[in-house]
Design a protein around this ligand. Structure first.
Ligand code: NAD
Length: 510
C-alpha cells in the first residue's frame, strides 16, 4: 500500500464521509471541503464526499505515476486476468452495486442492473484487448529492412464522469485504459460518488496493484488540477456540453489528448408507415427510462402529421400505466438527481406551455409511491412544441417528452440536422429505402433504425457529432484502445555486411 501518511490529515468528523481511494485504500486528503450526497428518493443528505485540493490531486498523480511505471511492464496476460477477475467479482456482487446506484442516483433497481451490464460489456471487451495490440509488420521494405508498429500505454490518464451513469461511464474508460497498461485517476460526479470507490475496491481484490487506479473526489478544483497537471497525459470526460467544451479546450491547451463527450437532444422520426405500437413503446421507454437522465434518451418525437394524433394517443395511454416512485419498490421511474434539477425540469414545462404547446400529460406535482420530499417529476408529454421554444432547443435532461409535428421525412431530417447536438437519433419506418437514406443523410453520430437507444456494443465505439463530442476519439471499442495508447514505428535491420558504408543522403530504398 502507498504511504499517504506524509500529508497532513484533517480531524475525523462524526458525519459519514466518503474518502478518496488512493494507493489501494481510502484516503482523506488534506482539504476540509466536502459536498452533500443526497438520497433523491427521500430528499435527504445521506453522506458527505471529500473535495480534493490541488495538492491532493498532485499527490494522487504522483502515486499514479509511480504505479504506471510498473504496470506498463505487466504482461498483457496479467492485465487481462485482472479484468476477468474484476468482471467475476462485480457479477457476484452486482446487487450491492445496483443498490448504491439506486440510493444515490435514484434510477430504479432494474435500470441500475442494466447500467452495470452495459459497463461490464466493456470490461469483457478489455478482457480480450490483446487482440488489438498486434500492430502491423512489413517485411523487407528495403533490402533486409523490416518495419513494424508497437502500441504502448500513455502513462497516467484522467477520467471525469457525470452523475447519470456512475458505474457504466467509468467502466467505459478505465477498463480499456487499465488493460492497455495505463494508470488511472478517476474523478467521478460528486453527486453519486460511492460507486467509484466500490469498483476501485473490487479492482484491488481482482489483483490490480495499488495505485494503478485511484479515485479522487471533488468539483472544479479537482478537475482543473487534473487538466493542468503535466503528468496527466490524457483526459476522458463525459458531461454537459459547456463543461465538455471547457475540458477539451483547457486540456488540449495543456498538451493533453482529450475526448470530451457532451450533452444531447435526441430526436425520433416516426414515418407514416411505421409500426405505431412499436414506436409508442420505444418513445415511452427511451423518453422516461432513468427519468430521462440519459444522454441517449429520446427527448423529441418528430411525428409526421398523418399519424401524429394516433401516436400521441398511444404514447399517453402507455404513460398512464407508469408508476413513479422509490426505485427499490418495483416502480418504473425514480426521482431526478437534485431539488434544483427538479425545479429546472419543471420550469421547461412552464416555458413550453407559455410558448403555446399542449401539455398532454403533466408530471409537475405528481403523487408518488415513496417519500413526498423526494425530487419528483412525473412523466410529462408536451405536444405541438414550437421549435422556437427553449423547451425544444435545450437539453432538459428529465422525464419530458416533446412532440413536434412535421409534414414528412424532409422536414424531420432538416430539424434534426439543424440542431446543435448530434449524439443519437432514431427512425421508425417499415421502408428500408427511407431508413437507408436517413442513415446516409442525418448529421448524428449514433443512429437507430426501429431502435430507440442505439448505444453501440462494446466492440464498436460510442460517440456523437457536433456539440455532443469534442475531440476525434469516441469512447470504448477500437477508438478507446487507440486513445489510451501511442504508436511507435520501428525500422529494423539485422547485421548484414553488405549494408555497411557511409552515406549522408536521406534514407532511400534499395
Ligand atoms: P456536468 O457537466 O455537470 O458534470 C460532469 C463532470 O464535470 C462531473 O464530474 C463534475 O464534477 C464536473 N464539473 C461540473 N462542473 C464543472 C466545472 N465548472 N468545471 C470543471 N468540472 C466540472 O454533467 P452532469 O450533470 O454530471 O451529467 C449530465 C450531462 O452529461 C448531460 O448533459 C448529459 O447529456 C451528459 N452526458 C453525456 C453522455 C455522452 O455520452 N455524450 C453520457 C452521459 C451524460
Amino acid at each position: 500500500m502507498t504511504d499517504t501518511t506524509t500529508l497532513e490529515q484533517p480531524t475525523p468528523s462524526a458525519t459519514a464521509i466518503l474518502d478518496h481511494w488512493v494507493g489501494g485504500a481510502p484516503w482523506a486528503g488534506t482539504g476540509d471541503r466536502t459536498g452533500p450526497v443526497y438520497d433523491p428518493a427521500r430528499g435527504v443528505v445521506q453522506k458527505e464526499v471529500r473535495f480534493a485540493t490541488t495538492e491532493d490531486v498532485d499527490h494522487v498523480v504522483s502515486v499514479s505515476s509511480a504505479a504506471a511505471a510498473e504496470w506498463k511492464n505487466a504482461s498483457i496476460a496479467k492485465r487481462q486476468q485482472v479484468m476477468f477477475a474484476f468482471r467475476e467479482l462485480v457479477n457476484q456482487r452486482k446487487d450491492e452495486l445496483a443498490a448504491i446506484l439506486t440510493s444515490e442516483h435514484g434510477k430504479v433497481i432494474s435500470d441500475a442492473h442494466g447500467e452495470i451490464a452495459r459497463g461490464l460489456e466493456v470490461v469483457e471487451f478489455a478482457c480480450g484487448l490483446g487482440h488489438l495490440t498486434k500492430g502491423a509488420y512489413s517485411e523487407n521494405v528495403s533490402t533486409g529492412i523490416d518495419v513494424y508498429t508497437l502500441r504502448q500505454p500513455l502513462g497516467v490518464v484522467g477520467i471525469i464522469s457525470p452523475f447519470n451513469f456512475p458505474a457504466m461511464v467509468p467502466m467505459w474508460f478505465f477498463a480499456i485504459a487499465l488493460a492497455a497498461g495505463n494508470a488511472v485517476v478517476l474523478k467521478p460526479s460528486e453527486k453519486d460518488p460511492t460507486a467509484a470507490n466500490w469498483m476501485a475496491e473490487r479492482l484491488t481484490e481482482a489483483g490490480l496493484p495499488d495505485g494503478v487506479l485511484n479515485v479522487v473526489h471533488g468539483d472544479k478544483v479537482a478537475v482543473d488540477a487534473l487538466l493542468e497537471h503535466p503528468e496527466v497525459r490524457a483526459i476522458s470526460f463525459v458531461g454537459s456540453t459547456p463543461i465538455a467544451r471547457y475540458v477539451y479546450e483547457t486540456g488540449t491547451r495543456h498538451g493533453k489528448r482529450v475526448q470530451a463527450l457532451g450533452g444531447a437532444k435526441n430526436h425520433m422520426l416516426v414515418l407514416p408507415d411505421a409500426d405505431l405500437d412499436l414506436a409508442a413503446d420505444a418513445a415511452v421507454n427511451a423518453g422516461f427510462g432513468s427519468a430521462g437522465e440519459r444522454c441517449m434518451a429520446i427527448s423529441v418525437v418528430l411525428a409526421v402529421d398523418a399519424v401524429a394524433d394516433a401516436l400521441v394517443e398511444k404514447i399517453s395511454a402507455r404513460m398512464a400505466t407508469l408508476r413513479t416512485g422509490d426505485g427499490t419498490r418495483g416502480t418504473d421511474m425514480g426521482p431526478v438527481i437534485t431539488a434544483a434539477h427538479r425545479d429546472k425540469v419543471s420550469s421547461y414545462v412552464d416555458v413550453a406551455a407559455g410558448d403555446g404547446a399542449d401539455v398532454v400529460v403533466d408530471g409537475r406535482g405528481i403523487e408518488v409511491d415513496g417519500d413526498p420530499n423526494g425530487f419528483w417529476v412525473g412523466p410529462t408529454l408536451i405536444d405541438k412544441v414550437p421549435t422556437s421554444s427553449a423547451a425544444y432547443r435545450d437539453e432538459i435532461f428529465g422525464p419530458v417528452l416533446s412532440v413536434v409535428r412535421v409534414d414528412g421525412y424532409e422536414e424531420g431530417l432538416e430539424l434534426i440536422n439543424s440542431g446543435a447536438f448530434g449524439n443519437g437519433t432514431a427512425i421508425f419506418t417499415n421502408d428500408g429505402g427511407a431508413a437507408r437514406r436517413f442513415q446516409h443523410e442525418v448529421q448524428v453520430g449514433m443512429i437507430g433504425v426501429n431502435v430507440p437507444i442505439p448505444v453501440p456494443v462494446a466492440y464498436h465505439s460510442f460517440g456523437g457529432w457536433k456539440a455532443s463530442l469534442f475531440g476525434d476519439a469516441k469512447a470504448y471499442g477500437p477508438h478507446g484502445f487507440d486513445f489510451f495508447t501511442q504508436e511507435k514505428a520501428v525500422t529494423s535491420r539485422w547485421l548484414d555486411p553488405s549494408h555497411g558504408g557511409i552515406n549522408l543522403g536521406f534514407p532511400q530504398h534499395s
